[in-house]
Each structure stands twice: as structure tokens, then as C-alpha cells.
Design a protein around this ligand. Sequence first.
Ligand SMILES: *Cc1c(COP(=O)(O)O)cnc(C)c1O
Length: 370
Amino acid sequence: MTEDSVATQPAARPAVFSVPPYVGGESKLTGVNRVIKLSSNEGAFGVPPGAVDAIRGAAESGHRYPDGGATALRQAIGRCFDLDPERIVCGNGSDDLINLLIQSYGGPGTDLVMSAHGFLIYEIAAKLAGMEVRKAAERHDLTADVDAILALVGPATRLVFLANPNNPTGTLVPAAEMTRLRTSLPPEVLLVLDAAYAEYVDRPDYDPGIGLVDAGEGTVMVRTFSKIFGLGGLRLGWAYGPLSVIDVLNRVRMPFNVSGPAAAAGIAALAEPDWIERSREHNRQARAQMTNRLSAGGLTVYPSEANFVLVDLSTPERAGAADRYLRSRGIIVRNVAAYGLAQCLRVTIGTDQECAAVTDALTEFAAQNG
Ligand SMILES: *Cc1c(COP(=O)(O)O)cnc(C)c1O
């Protein structure tokens, strides 16, 4: 706008328009009644039964404001994961906490470093905060490259974000490499470890970030109830960090950022007998079977540590054709072009029946489309 032009309507800050809006996994197909939705990495077993009861119970006190400190929920998380509740903050999904960390530690004139195919919310939130986003090339197997990340860190870098395992690649950086990343970063750079899929990992060389949080002042871990705990619709996440970071989050978060039903559901989900174990075991078996069958069908599947697999269809055109083929059979998976992976589709591990349906359809597609 020139100096003497007159605004005719309210205008938002230019940074607001610097990012395309986040597009979530779709859930509907026109003309199809029963859709198989494998596009958002939602837990295969749905909502834990105890959480359904807890949400119903919480309905009775829906007129009351929730406990702004989410005390009972933080205590339950602390018990479940053996952590100090004073060093936990809960949020309206982990997206809420990710955004608050970026708003608090970033800002105009600073930059955020992430890996090339990292989770898009980091980029969206950083650009809204007026930051420059630097993306580090990944290794050939689509694993984050610690040296490439370190090479992008400069004097203006305030935050490094890493999802481990990463979405949408499913790949994991082992604990020793994470330690090397932290110890090589300047102490004033906040390292945010997003362990949204931690409960699915069974590799012994994995640490979701608790060890690094405890080792210093510069690392925070964010977690979610949206994946293995089946509560994506309730919006519930949490962060574990040094007291200095927890203090910042408690200052900037909205006072009632966790609703009563969400807190009640979270407490009940944590108490559901064997929920994590059963979900992880199902996921391990179904993921291996899907990977093996798709590979046998001639498709390239990246090894995944999470509740989804990334299928490489060689070209964006072939990925688009496969996507349409699946949709014509009522199956929705995730197009990951926005992540720079237009040749791939991301497929969530659902129930055995859902996995069989998507695997059958993709192998049929591969058989027909060379
Ligand atoms: C799904 C996901 C989240 C969770 O977001 P919520 O806001 O808690 O639903 C966070 N990070 C990654 C990498 C994810 O895939």
C-alpha cells in the first residue's frame, strides 16, 4: 500500500497470508456411504471405552469452567509416564503448545530450523509469527539428518523442531543422534521434540525426549492424546520441559485451554487397562503385514516406527492415480504433496479389515498400473 492510499477495510498482518491454510485429512467422499478413513493417523481402536464414559460424565458439569491448571490430568500424566506434574503443561491439542512455543521464543527477524519433510504445523506457526523457516535436507531414507540441521543453525535461530518419529515419513532418529543434536546446538536455541507417535515405537534405541529434557534447560517435549489414545476430536496435548519453559507456557496459554470433557477423557484414557500395549501390538503386526504385502506387490514402502506407512509411487501422476483408485473404492488416504512428497501417499494403520482393504486396493492398482 502506498503512503497516501486509504484502506477501505480492516487488513490483517501480511504474515497471515504468507502460508496456505493447513488442510487436514479428508473424511468424506461424495456418493460413498461407508468411507474407510486412513488419512489422519487416528488410533485404530477408536476412543477408549472408559474415556467415552468419562466424556458422558463430564457433560453434567458442562456449565462449569474447567480447572484452568488441569491439575488432575497433569497428575495422571505424571503417574503414567513417571514425570513431575509441575513440569507438565496441557494444551488444546499439541498444536496449541507448538504454536505457543513459537510465539514465545520466535518472532520477526528470527528463524526456525526443521527437517525437509517435517510436520507442517511448525512452518505454518513460524510464518504466522513472522519467522524465516529453514528446512534441512533429509537422508535418502527420509530420516532427519542431524548434521544438515546443525548446518542451518545461525545467529538468528531460536527454535529447532523435530518430530520423532516424524510425520509423514514415519522415520526415527535414535537417542544417541538426538543427544548429539542437543549437545551440538547453541545452548540458547530451544529444541522442541514432538513425540506424537512415541507410544507406537518399540525400538530400544529410542528416547521420546525425556532424557534430553532432564539433561538441561534447552529442550522441551510435546505429546498428544490424538493418536494412540484416540482423542483427536477432544483436542488434548501436553508438554514436558524445564521449569523455565513451563513458566513461559503457563503465562502465554489461554487460562482454560483444556476443556472439562477433554481432561476427563484424558485421565480415563491413561487408566484404560492395557490400551497402549494392545494398540502398539496391533499396530506392530498390521504395519509389518501391510509393509510386506505392499512390497511384495511391487510398491516401495518406507520403514515406519509410527501408526502409518509412507508409500512411494515414483511419480506425482502415479500417486494421484492411486489416490483416485482408492477413492473410487471408498478409501481415503493422505496426499502428502504439501510436505514435498507428491510422489507418495501416507496410509494410516487402521483395523485389520481396513488395512486389508487398502492393501488389496493398492496392490490391485500396482498390478494394473505397472
Ligand atoms: C498428529 C500430530 C500431532 C498432534 O496434534 P494435536 O494437535 O495434538 O492433535 C503433533 N505432531 C505431529 C508430528 C503429529 O503428527
